[in-house]
Structures are given as C-alpha cells and as structure tokens.
Ligand binder design. Structure first.
Ligand code: AQP
Length: 315
C-alpha cells in the first residue's frame, strides 16, 4: 500500500526559533525517521513575500533556511526538499482553488486578521489568499498529513475544505482531506510575554533561535519573565529537553534553573550549529541540493496539474 504523503513548509523570514522547532521541525525529523510516510518539505518563499521584505534579504533568508533544514537532519534521500517558487504549478493550482473559495472563509482567518493589524499599510491580496496557496502547496502533492504548530490548524482546515469543494464541484474523488499533525508542544510561548506565542514578528528578544550561540541563549533566558505563565513555558522547554538537563527544575531558584536550561539547549543544538556553519560556507552545494529537490517535486507537480486541468475542463 502507498505510504501517506506528508507536506509542510516554513517561511524564510528570519531565524528558526524553538517554537518552530518544537511545533513543527522536530516532528518532521521524527516523521522522516519513522519511514512510514513520503515526506515533502519546502521553503515557503512565496508565502513570505506577503510581508514587507527586501529582495536581497530574501535571497539570504532562503539560503539560511535551506542550511537549517539540512543541518538539522532533513535528508534528501528520504524527503523531497525544495523552494516553493521553483515549482510554479503550485500557483496554478492556487488560482483554481481561488475560484472555489468563498471570500467569507478567508475573512475569518485569524492569521489574516493578526497580520493585517501588524502591517496595516500593506494588507495585500497575497496576505488574504495565503491559506489558499497553502492548500495548493499541500494538495498539489496529494498531501494528507500536515505537521504544523497550533496556529496553523485553521489553515489546514481550509485545505480540507478546498479538497471538498473541488471534489464536490467536479464530482471527482481526487484530493484527500488533509489533517494537521501536532506535537506535544504545539504552541511555545514568548520568553518576554508568555501570554503570546513565540513568534519572529514579536522580535528577537522574545525568541530562542536554534542556531544561537550558548552565550546568547543564556542571556535571553536570563531575561525570560518568571510569572506563572513564564515558568510554565520554561518548564515545558526543560521537560522537552530533559535528557540534556544536568540539574533539577526548581521554581524557587529560577536563576539557576535558567542556566541549566541554557546549557541543555546549547548542548542539544551543538552539532546542528556546527553543521549549519559548514553549510553556510557551501552555497553551491546547497543550491545543487535544492535543484535536485525541485526536479523531484516538479515531476509530481507537472503530472498532477495536467490531471487537475483535465478534471476542471481546461484541457
Ligand atoms: N510558538 C510556536 N509554537 C509552536 N509552533 C510554532 N510555529 C510557529 N510558531 C510556533 C510553527 O512553526 C512552523 C513554521 O511556520 P512559519 O514559517 O509559517 O512561521 P510562523 O508561524 O509565521 O512563525 P512565527 O515565528 O510566528 O513568524 P511570524 O511572526 O512571522 O508569523 C509552523 O508549522 C507553525 O505552526
């Protein structure tokens, strides 16, 4: 029997933080290791250009994220890894789904509302259409499971709806109904405002980035707030990396506890940091790997877009 297909991506918008890792990236590694699925992981550059950015910075961010994927252990022999914009069939399918998606469904998306507040001078059509592009990303490859953090559940539900709208309208049993795959830490909170999720857009000081040097991790953790919510968040980090921790979590000695967590995290990501530095000095190698991934993804995408166009009557 064919293995279920897993599809997921991350936006190249800055450093990958511990929330991204615990909510999604670490799950990708477990999925890859399990060998139970076909996995497809991409760099969501088209999603990321819905926010303010510069072209030069974007090129660097795409490269940096590719190095992160490879250094953390995504393996091109086991998974297809590529850059979203390099496979244009995805935007074709987005258009097809656009014709099926009621505007009201997109208007209720919480991420659209949040991002519109955040960039009120740039509420562009792409920001609004973001979940439809995401549906196309997943369904183009026949994805049925989507490992993401909690903030993405609403978007995965829209992906499931898009599949239903398509299948119903065209009386085809073509797209699967995708489901989110959550981890035991689907929502890590900010270090400084633990009522909010850890998020790049809150700012550097709110996040622990996985490629951060040990001193920086220690500095950031030293400033983490220790309200009950903050302590619970730090406890979650401690418990998740328990094997690396060399002392107990003591709520009455949070200064000491933070140092233990900092050391544990620095140790956990030590090999990753080393490997990432090596990859950052090998842009040509990384480009070759992404090109090979693009070629593999394109074979699937080109075949499927022809099938889809036949179903909707444009071929
Ligand atoms: N705090 C979090 N806890 C658990 N999972 C999280 N994810 C994001 N934040 C947390 C998950 O990480 C994956 C990458 O998603 P993305 O590239 O779309 O980034 P994002 O969700 O936009 O991440 P940020 O940091 O919150 O960026 P901004 O501030 O730019 O929006 C997704 O699976 C996401 O659920």
């Amino acid at each position: 029997m064919a293995k279920p297909i897993i599809v997921s991506g991350m936006q190249p918008t800055g450093k990958i933080h511990l929330g991204n890792y615990l909510g999604a990236l670490n799950n990708w590694l477990s999925i890859q290791k399990s060998d139970k699925y076909e996995s497809i992981f991409f760099i969501a550059d088209y999603h990321s250009i819905t926010e303010n950015y510069s072209a030069e910075e974007k090129r660097q961010q795409v490269f940096d994220l590719a190095c992160t994927y490879l250094a953390i252990g995504l393996n091109t022999e086991k998974s297809i890894i590529f850059v979203q914009s390099a496979v244009p069939e995805c935007t074709e399918l987005t258009w097809i789904f656009n014709t099926l998606t009621p505007i009201a469904e997109l208007q209720r998306m919480t991420q659209f509302k949040d991002k519109s507040e955040r960039q009120e001078k740039n509420i562009n059509m792409g920001l609004f259409d973001y979940p439809v592009l995401q549906a196309a990303d997943i369904l183009l490859y026949d994805g049925s499971l989507v490992p993401v953090g909690e903030d993405q559940i609403q978007h995965v539900e829209l992906t499931r709806d898009a599949a239903r709208w398509f299948n119903n309208k065209y009386k085809a049993n073509y797209f699967p109904e995708a489901k989110p795959l959550l981890t035991s830490c689907p929502r890590l909170m900010s270090l400084l405002e633990p009522a909010k999720k850890m998020s790049k857009s809150l700012g550097e000081k709110h996040c622990l980035n996985i490629d951060e040097e040990p001193e920086e991790i220690a500095k950031k953790l030293a400033k983490a707030v220790t309200t009950p919510e903050g302590v619970a968040n730090l406890k979650l980090i401690y418990d998740t990396f328990k094997e690396q921790m060399t002392g107990d979590f003591d709520e009455n000695k949070m200064g000491e506890t933070k140092k233990i967590i900092a050391e544990g995290l620095a140790k956990h990501f030590a090999d990753f940091r080393k490997r990432k530095k090596e990859l950052l000095s090998q842009p040509e190698e990384v480009a070759k790997i992404l090109e090979a991934g693009r070629a593999r993804a394109s074979v699937i995408a080109q075949k499927r877009i022809v099938e889809i166009k036949k179903i909707i009557g444009v071929i």
